[in-house]
Design a protein around this ligand. Sequence first.
Ligand code: RB5
Length: 147
Amino acid sequence: MKIVIGNDHAGPSLKEVIKKHLENKGIEILDLGVKEGEKIDYPKIAEAVALKVKDKEADLGILICGTGIGVSISANKVKGIRAACVSEPYSAKLSREHNDANILCFGARVVGEELAKMIVDEFINASFLGDRHLRRVEMITDIEKRG
Ligand code: RB5
């Protein structure tokens, strides 16, 4: 599995924790985020990560900003992206199973390191359940086309 990860200036420290956590599991990471001391406006990093997922250069994406909200709103503007802003593991799992989310977003000022690892684990270990959920996800795509 390959994961593209990105963060603005609110998230370098948590990004490093998550990166190490995933690399220890043998997951390949493409890191587009900024380092400690650097600054970037969150829409830029969200778009960069979203395009990698859209272009299938990564299986899933992870975005970290202060709250997770700015990056999720931005990433969801890219066609084919379903970015879920999550602050606990249950929603992370369901975002994959029911919504086929392809980017996980959370806030470095909202979740601690251990909770963030649990959120990430639920997200990457879950799979889309299809069936009635597929019909609903297709309805989301239809909104995107109409918009
Ligand atoms: C940056 O200070 C902050 O606004 C950003 O990280 C994010 O929380 C926006 O949604």
